[in-house]
Design a protein around this ligand. Structure first.
Ligand SMILES: Nc1nc2c(ncn2[C@@H]2O[C@H](COP(=O)(O)OP(=O)(O)O)[C@@H](O)[C@H]2O)c(=O)[nH]1
Ligand SMILES: [Mg+2]
Length: 477
């Protein structure tokens, strides 16, 4: 557990502009001493002290790296509670020079500011009630986002879509629980507050929505690593050359000698919809009908095993088939060792075959895996193949990606707990005609479900839970 959750009186400081040399460098301070500490390194051009300034001001001035050296800069002031963290916050904007930022940071820490831990600014926003937990996780997800659909999903999270949906469900349960508890409290009276049918209706509809959330949302954890797309095929099929053509890089080593690519080469590739990791491994060469012993005796057994394992792990396969070397037989040979994955066929080296023959071959090979005629030499088909990868991995429409609501494992777990409790409640209603005689048991399950949904938005969050979430942040956010 980080110490950050125990020291809310500190003033924390961090560089909050992206790492490296950028146009603008930002140093952010938050806490009771923010104005005082910033005034030690920043002088306003108009002669006032930062400490006199109200919030929401921008002032021009100079930032002092040492007592005799300064740079033009601007200070942005935010007074508690009208700030990101709800504490006093100052941002000092200057040139994005890592050396300058480091020097100022050092002066500020020497003067008593504490270097912020990853995610700490956001942690404070959470503690002060400015954000609930699902939104905090949205910030973490955006920092980690590597592709468009993931970014949109993270933003949806940040803007509270998950909170809104789960809060809506929780409210329905709270209303239901009130009625069920009235039955308990007034069990002696002849008044009926809620019918078993009504309980069943609410429980059924809420658990249905929970199930939809649990099953349809891909997880943030999974989205954080790039989807993998593997070039699979026989040795010498042109995989490495195609990888270079796709990525415009000379990263993979291609050669006329079969079996050159021993280890796995990978390169990020931008395709419509986001970024994928392209993998190039050894060409598949172990016979389909080969026994385990024979396979193990293959001179390249280890590389072969790696290639097979990578196929299983990949999100998509591109079957690279040499147009000059019995492509139909090659595909037949490959088919039995291919795992069930979205795939397409790249008919390679098309520049070496007469175009009429290529067209005929492509038509013959077309099937569930669409065929793309490609040549690394002429560039034919390479752009279309890139589009195909985007379509396959990230789905067709922008709209569908925007609907994606990502869930972290923690959130899915909470939803699951809420869902399970409701299933038990439903079974009670269905199996026991006089459920209202044991209405306390029903109340327990509904309460459990409400608690799990409360946990989802962090109302009863534990320290351990918070540590896990905030550890995903970068420093300065
Ligand atoms: N003419 C032509 N030759 C190619 C093309 N792609 C690959 N090659 C050649 O085919 C051989 C094997 O290519 P390579 O990419 O190393 O195959 P890998 O074993 O599947 O990775 C090399 O001599 C490449 O220059 C292509 O599109 N056109
Ligand atoms: Mg190769």
């Amino acid at each position: 557990m980080c110490a950050m959750f125990h020291q809310l009186d500190d003033t924390i400081v961090a560089v909050s502009s992206p790492a490296g040399t950028g146009v603008r460098g930002i140093i952010r301070l938050s806490g009771p001493g923010a104005f005082e500490l910033a005034a030690g390194v920043f002088t306003c051009d108009d002669g006032r002290s930062l400490t006199e300034l109200p919030g929401h001001r921008r002032v021009a001035g100079r930032l002092w790296m040492e007592p005799s050296a300064s740079l033009p800069a601007e200070a942005y002031t935010f007074r508690a509670p009208a700030s990101y963290t709800r504490q006093d916050v100052i941002e000092l904007h200057t040139l994005g020079s890592p050396a300058v930022l480091a020097a100022v940071l050092e002066r500020l820490t020497a003067a008593g500011a504490r270097p912020a831990e990853p995610g700490e600014f956001t942690a404070w926003a959470f503690f002060s009630g400015a954000m609930d937990l699902t939104r905090v996780e949205g910030v973490a997800a955006i920092i980690h986002a590597r592709n468009d659909s993931q970014l949109r999903a993270s933003e949806a999270l940040l803007h509270g879509r998950l909170s809104r949906r789960s809060n809506g469900l929780r409210e329905q349960l709270v209303d239901l629980l009130a009625l069920v508890e009235a039955e308990i409290d007034f069990s002696e009276e002849a008044v009926e507050f809620v019918t078993p049918q009504r309980v069943l209706d609410v429980v059924g509809s809420v658990s249905g929505e929970l199930a939809a959330l649990i099953h349809h949302a891909p997880s943030i954890e999974r989205l954080e690593t790039l989807p993998e797309v593997m070039l699979a095929g026989r040795p010498n099929a042109g995989k490495s050359t195609l990888m270079n053509a796709l990525t415009n890089m000379d990263r993979a080593i291609q050669s006329a000698m079969p079996g050159t690519t021993r280890d796995v080469l990978s390169a990020p590739l931008s395709v419509p919809g986001g970024e994928v990791m392209l993998l190039d491994a050894a060409g598949l060469d172990v016979g389909v009908g080969m026994s385990a012993d024979e396979a193990a005796g293959h001179p390249d057994a280890q590389a072969q095993a790696t290639a097979r394992r990578l196929m299983l792990r990949s999100n998509m396969l591109i079957l690279v088939v040499d147009a000059t070397d019995a492509p139909r037989e090659t595909l037949e040979w490959l088919r039995p060792i291919l795992p069930a994955r979205p795939m397409c066929t790249a008919l390679s080296k098309s520049d070496l075959v007469a175009s009429a023959d290529v067209d005929r071959l492509a038509a013959e090979l077309n099937g569930p895996a669409p065929v793309h005629v490609v040549s690394a030499v002429t560039g034919q088909g390479v752009a279309l193949l890139r589009e195909e990868i985007g379509r396959t991995v990230f789905g067709a429409g922008e709209a569908s990606a925007a609907e994606v609501l990502t869930l972290s494992d923690r959130q899915r777990q909470s939803l699951r707990t809420a869902y399970d409790a409701l299933c038990r409640a439903r079974r009670m209603c269905e199996e026991c005609p006089d459920v209202m005689n044991s209405v306390e048991l029903l109340a327990i399950e509904i309460r459990e479900s409400i608690n799990a949904l409360s946990l989802l938005v962090g109302e009863v969050a534990t320290e351990e839970l918070l540590g896990r979430i905030f550890s995903r942040f970068c420093i300065g956010k």
